[in-house]
Design a protein around this ligand. Structure first.
Ligand SMILES: [Fe+2]
Ligand SMILES: [Fe+2]
Length: 340
């Protein structure tokens, strides 16, 4: 018998701190870690169709390592704890599923995009086509759609840091296109160049990491990174457009490889034309504001500040819980202390 009061409570997004867990979850990630005493423990990432949650295995680590495989579903017992203001599961027991386990369906573990990716993708292409007249660029966009639509539509925007969900790459790119339209007009930039740069800037992420069965870096991603992969994809596609102008090809290539802004952030060249700098700035704005929105949105309502966010180098002020907005906060058990 399940310990949950209702089926709904089993879903990851509905798990409450203190709850007992006895249900099926898919293993989205696993890594070996070292305890202070030198022993091993396992940091897992579990998922179902409603989201992801970290989990830790402190005992029987070697046996678990032999059993566990990313992308597979397991039956798990444990409890929901809070660590660094975030929920996580302390695993007491975990076992492989067997033919007797009939009370779940595969569909429970298929991640859903939180929006209609088909509509957003088509809207993005419409935006591009209504703002671009250059026939070479229009052909390039058509080739992109033919070749990459399905993969681009569903890929993550990043492995972990921002837009790390199904359709995240599309959402990030679409959001940047809106910003790019404004920025190009405001600073009298080459709009067609900037929009094309936005479309292609993170396209390499489709091959930098895979999202199924678990999110993980590919060999190509680790050895080349998404800037170089993206520039290769662009070179390959533009090579199929007869008479694609050399100068335009050079500039788009530059936008792709310089979009991280600085060499220490992985760009082999810094932005050297205004459109490249604009692309970098828009990318930074969209990714960092997304990190902020997600961190504040998922913060525990009783905490005034989020956990420490390494990509931003700070904790964010959340304003605390609406229910606590009268000024009286529940004791957060020392969560406000600097944990270092
Ligand atoms: Fe990027
Ligand atoms: Fe980006």
């Amino acid at each position: 018998m399940s310990l949950f009061e209702s089926v709904k409570d089993r879903y990851i997004k509905d798990l409450k701190v203190g709850a007992k867990v006895d249900w099926y979850y898919k293993l989205a990630g696993i890594s070996k870690k070292t305890k202070r005493d030198g022993g091993l423990y396992l940091a897992l990432e579990l998922m179902d169709k409603t989201g992801k949650i970290p989990a830790k295995v402190w005992d029987n680590v070697e046996a678990c390592l032999k059993l566990l495989q990313e992308g597979k579903v397991y039956r798990l017992t444990g409890s929901v704890n809070e660590f660094m203001s975030k929920k996580e599961i302390k695993v007491d027991g975990i076992r492989a599923i067997n033919p007797m386990d009939k009370d779940f369906s595969e569909a429970d573990f298929v991640e859903q995009a939180g929006f209609d990716t088909e509509t957003l993708f088509n809207g993005m292409i419409d935006t591009l086509k209504t703002n671009i007249e250059n026939p070479h660029l229009l052909q390039l966009i058509d080739l992109f759609v033919q070749r990459y639509k399905e993969k681009f539509k569903t890929h993550y925007g990043a492995q972990k840091i921002h837009h790390a969900y199904l359709g995240g790459l599309l959402k990030h790119t679409q959001s940047m296109l809106e910003l790019a339209l404004f920025v190009a007009r405001h600073y009298s930039l080459d709009k067609e160049l900037l929009l094309t740069g936005v479309l292609f800037h993170d396209i390499g992420k489709m091959f930098e990491f895979k999202i199924s069965p678990a999110v993980s870096l590919t060999a190509e991603g680790g050895l080349l990174g998404h800037l170089i992969i993206g520039s290769r994809i662009f070179t390959e596609l533009s090579g199929q457009v007869k008479g694609f102008p050399e100068d335009l090809s050079l500039k788009i290539g530059h936008l792709i490889i310089s979009h991280h802004g600085e060499k220490e952030f992985g760009s082999p060249e810094v932005p050297k034309i205004p459109e490249a700098f604009a692309l970098h700035a828009i990318d930074l704005l969209d990714s960092k504001l997304n990190i902020m929105a997600e961190a504040i949105g998922s913060a525990d309502s009783k905490d005034l500040f989020t956990e420490y966010l390494y990509p931003l180098g700070r904790r964010l002020y959340t304003g605390g819980a609406q229910e606590n907005s009268g000024g009286v906060r529940e004791d957060s058990g020392g969560a406000q202390e600097d944990s270092g």
